[in-house]
Write a protein that binds this ligand. Structure first.
Ligand SMILES: [Zn+2]
Length: 432
């Protein structure tokens, strides 16, 4: 792969306490970052490739910590419904008809959308996960995969075996870009015994858990009715928090639960657009952050967003919590950008490998084209990225030292072929 040096207008390393660097460089050797700093002529010596990018900003690739990639196939199919009705009437009947090949085509489309809008790592919870892994392997992106576990105890047992086999199979594959978690879907889609079985298995194989919790008020009512408890207390009983947990949503949490999550070092994946669209509620993100909970960002599936654009989530998260708290200083730009980069990496257990541009870390980075009306002038590159930039401003993407997007074109894939294959698949599924 050799040595690549990028000479850029701005470099946001997102390393602890580091300011944006103007007229900067980043040096990549093979799949890793070798050096960053203010530009000097000598750094280009001995480089295989020197990229003059004085109209661009370089920053870490964005980390989408909660999605269901192949749900892009259901985009715009069942909008404007509440979560339970949406799942039961619109989503689950279609998902029951999905084939492995459908999931492959859907995931390729999702990966294309994510890469083109600056996401370099995503955490996926779905099914036919071998096909998801195949798309990840071919596409060059990084992913944390969990087979969704839900249904009757017998179904869960079979799915759990499948999940473990997959985790073993993926280990070290795709140049180490794939890692695994176990994915108990939610408190309301599993019995207590199935939940305990998943926890026992996760402990045995040393796997973290990726689970939807406290997403809607309906969930609170259902768990309350069935078990006489709130979702967190119910999950404590099943031993869920004895494992590292990536908790998606966490909209309906009280003060005691927030300090419990902080104590347990649970990471919360906040999905502002999905929560807004399904009117699930507003997650207490400021309170979580004040308590010391690691909060990352996610898009959720494209059926409930309907974008997989992390720039939208950055902006939405920041704006949403300002108005909710009647405080314009809430979630400042720097915090929002950390949520989408280094916090996301930490939430996925990858904080020592990605999420910031520091020597020794994997070269997962994006370049944003600053030479545009809506990004002019640039007094503060961080706030520009959060409040003014869009996913479509991303011009170049590198994952694991490999260029996957160059000048807005995918390097490994023919995007129009992927788009038409996915559209064909979606219409076929619709008519099935
Ligand atoms: Zn979800």
């Amino acid at each position: 792969m050799g040595t690549v040096v990028i000479h850029c207008e701005w470099l946001l390393t997102m390393a602890e306490g580091e300011e944006p660097i103007h007229d900067a460089y980043i040096k990549i050797v093979d799949d890793k970052i070798a050096a960053v700093g203010p530009w000097q002529e000598t750094v280009a010596d001995a480089a295989t490739e020197v990229l003059e990018a004085r109209t661009k900003l370089v920053m870490p690739g964005l980390v989408n910590t909660h999605t269901h990639a192949a749900m892009v196939l259901l985009r715009s199919l069942g909008d404007d419904y509440p979560l339970y009705a949406w799942l039961k009437e619109k989503i689950w009947p279609r998902e029951a008809k999905l084939t492995a090949e459908d999931v492959y085509h859907g995931t390729r489309l999702a990966i294309s959308e994510m890469l083109r809008s600056g996401t370099t790592t995503f955490a996926d919870q779905y099914f036919f996960m071998d096909e998801v892994a195949r798309a990840v392997d071919e596409g060059g992106i990084r992913a944390v995969l969990s087979r969704g576990l839900l249904g009757s105890d017998a179904e869960v047992e079979t799915k759990l075996e499948e999940a473990i086999e997959q985790a073993k199979r993926w280990k070290g594959k795709a140049e180490g870009r794939i890692t695994a978690m176990l994915g108990p879907h939610a408190p309301y889609t599993l019995t207590p015994s199935a939940m305990r079985q998943i926890v026992t298995t996760a402990r045995h194989y040393q796997l973290p858990l990726h689970i939807h919790v406290a997403e809607t008020r309906d969930e609170l009512e259902e768990i309350g009715k069935n078990y006489g408890k709130r979702p967190i207390a119910y999950l404590v009983d099943q031993g869920v928090f004895s494992r590292p947990v990536l908790l998606a949503h966490g909209v309906w949490l009280d003060e005691g639960e927030i300090s419990f999550l902080a104590k347990q070092k649970v990471a919360v994946a906040h999905n502002p657009s999905s929560n807004l669209k399904l009117a699930s509620g507003i997650a207490p993100v400021l309170q979580l952050q004040k308590a010391g909970v690691l909060v990352s960002l996610g898009t959720d599936g494209a059926a409930s967003n309907n974008r997989l654009d992390m720039f939208t989530e950055l902006r939405t998260a920041s704006l949403l919590h300002k108005v909710t708290n009647q405080d314009p200083t809430a979630i400042p730009a720097e915090t929002a950008l950390r949520m989408a980069t280094i916090n996301g990496a930490r939430a996925l257990g990858l904080g020592d490998q990605i999420g910031s541009l520091e020597p020794g870390k994997k070269a997962d980075l994006i370049m944003v084209d600053l030479d545009q009306s809506h990004l002019t002038p640039c007094f503060n590159p961080v706030s520009l990225m959060v409040y003014a930039a869009r996913g479509s401003d991303v011009s170049d993407v590198m994952v694991n030292g490999q260029w996957l997007v160059k000048e807005r074109k995918m390097v490994k894939w023919d995007e129009s072929e992927i788009r038409s294959a996915a559209a064909r698949t979606a219409w076929d599924l619709f008519r099935r």
